[in-house]
Design a protein around this ligand. Structure first.
Ligand SMILES: O=P(O)(O)OC[C@H]1O[C@@H](O)[C@H](O)[C@@H](O)[C@@H]1O
Length: 247
């Protein structure tokens, strides 16, 4: 009925791209931010301008990772190293955190203007999981996670939230490290072997594998099924409703 192996008693869901249609909103805000930065940098240095690739660059270096890790990892892939700064750096400062905060302003504007959509199949799945008596957590790198859960009403469907704010407070390493998923399992009182991880990001399924979770479900919204398997998924679906069709 839930498409999970026997012995799984808890489900740990990523948010952006798994429960809500916000991975593409993050992606668009990142592209706008990085392209403006790279263009400006090219003009200053005379280096050629190579835009951010919303496919490869996003999936490999940004998706699923905490905000500052995404900036650092992507710029590092272009041989660019900047000072870290601090999380409250203003958006016009040329630091890892400053650039991350530029992106956050754009993200929040898009969310305010266009709203947030939930994947219907995910909502149906979440309700079926609850009806079956399994424990439920959301594990997201995003510092905006709780706000998004609240505006969509999803907050009422889950018991535990480990997000970007909790991770920073408790010094948990972000995905692809397993720390945030392990923390959620601990808060639910289940062993990792009894928990299933649901992830659309390569860094996320990698975290599922690194934490030795009982089952890792890759959710493929962008045509990267092979890569999700390679990074640790046990099964890949295009929508969580597919799991409800399994006996
Ligand atoms: O900047 P935020 O909202 O804290 O989110 C951090 C990351 O959260 C992840 O869920 C997204 O996949 C990334 O694109 C995003 O960068």
């Amino acid at each position: 009925m839930l498409g999970l192996p026997d012995g799984v008693t808890a489900c740990l869901f990523d948010l952006d791209g798994v429960l809500t249609q916000t991975a593409k909103v993050h992606n668009a805000a990142w592209k706008e931010t990085f392209d403006a930065y790279l263009r400006d940098r090219a003009e200053r240095t005379g280096e050629p301008f190579r835009p951010f690739d919303s496919g490869d660059d996003y999936n490999k270096y940004v998706d699923g990772r905490p905000r500052a890790d995404g900036v650092r990892t992507f710029l590092g892939s272009r041989g660019i190293s900047l000072p870290e700064g601090t999380p409250d750096d203003p958006p016009d400062v040329e630091t890892i955190n400053g650039i991350g905060n530029r992106k956050n302003e754009l993200l929040l504007r898009h969310i305010r203007e266009d709203g947030v959509e939930v994947y219907e199949g995910s909502l149906a799945y979440l309700k079926a999981v609850r009806a079956s008596g399994l424990r439920r957590a959301v594990v997201s790198a995003s510092a905006n996670c709780r706000d998004i859960l609240t505006v969509t009403g999803l907050i009422d469907e889950v018991e535990v939230v480990v997000d970007g704010i909790v991770a920073r407070r408790d010094n948990l390493r972000g995905k692809p490290h397993p720390d945030t998923f392990l923390d959620a399992a601990k808060l639910l009182g289940v062993a990792p072997s009894a928990a299933a991880v649901f992830e659309d990001a390569l860094a996320g399924v990698e975290a599922g594998r690194a934490g030795d979770f009982g089952f890792v479900v890759g959710v493929d919204r962008v045509g990267q099924s092979d890569a999700l398997y390679k990074h640790g998924a046990h099964v890949v679906v295009r929508d969580l409703s597919e799991l409800l069709e399994n006996p």
